[in-house]
Design a binder for this molecule. Sequence first.
Ligand code: PLP
Length: 390
Amino acid sequence: MGSDTIYLDNNATTRPHPLVVEAINEVLGDGFGNPSSIHGVGEAARRRVDAARSQVAELIGARETEVVFTSCATESINTAMRGVIDAARTERPRALITAVEHEAVHDVGAWLSSRGVEVVVLPVDGDGVLDMDRLDAELAHEPALVSVMLANNETGVITPVAEVAQRAKAAGATVHVDAVQAVGKLEIDVEGLGVDLLSLSGHKFHAPKGIGVLFVRRGSRSRPFVIGAGQEGGRRGGTENVPGIVGIGVAAEHMGAGIDARRAHLGALTQAIEERLQAIPDVRINGSRNGRVPGTVNVCFKGIEGSAVVLTAARDGVCLSAGSACAAAQYGGSHVLEAMGVPFEYLHGAVRISCCETTRLAEVERACEVIASAVSYLRAMGPSSALGDA
Ligand code: PLP
């Protein structure tokens, strides 16, 4: 990344923190042991894994024995959802997810449904907030699994997970939460939330790619997905990714510290971005005003393609995203904005700006100027300003 690049795509991935890089380099050099080996080199690796498990447990208020390391949040989500359904005692189990979940949850939902599970997709309102009445109505049918996200990756909208979990548990369901986009922006306390399973992804909070976490509450009704030689207490087979685990441990400790200051900084950036973008004609900021994590702004520009704005801004060294990185790769419209009822003429004009703790005010100010001039340029080109023209 060039020194003048402005990176505002932190919901897609984050730069590993210098302390994370340092710790991983040390492991790659000297700490290469297999944690299952019973000699000194293996034991040293085991100690590193144990320390990282404590750091992650501390971040989310879990017991160390409830933290399972995986390869990514997608694996954690597969393990959680498939594992709960696998353990369900009914013949035709039901699962509830929401319309705004990440593709990982939706695609597992589709897979479960192809295997005879009744998967119900709960709607959200125009602010992107879950319809709690509909949740209650569906809970009456006693689902085995309820899976919701804590913070949405496209809009930052927060789901009232503690309330969902309380109602779902009372109805006998096992509750999974995708907390990937909440780390370091919201306090995550598995006791306060009252959930059974919770997924995290290292690369969304300054650890590297290839490492994820699944919190599995002691005694919860779920089965393992990756079966192997008994690692992770038999809940996830495969030799541990020690460098990744050490990295996510250091990142977790860093994220847990200074959360108030980080939130305040991200809040100020969000406000600055919104004030500037609202000055552009025919614009709408998506998602509940008060119920969003700080640092994510999802904005739609009427009549133009969000991807065209992203590509035009990229020429000026500003990295943004049109909706989610996954949706951008498929050049599709956003299922999240569609579920929120964003009008057609705005729907394809979505741009996501996502900051992190090191993002500077001057960077978002410059990015907003670049976005405003990209929008005027594309609008001047007329309705044919599609992807290829940008
Ligand atoms: N859930 C959410 C909300 C996400 O934003 C992402 C990644 O974009 C995932 C799950 C999947 O994470 P991973 O890349 O670790 O598989």
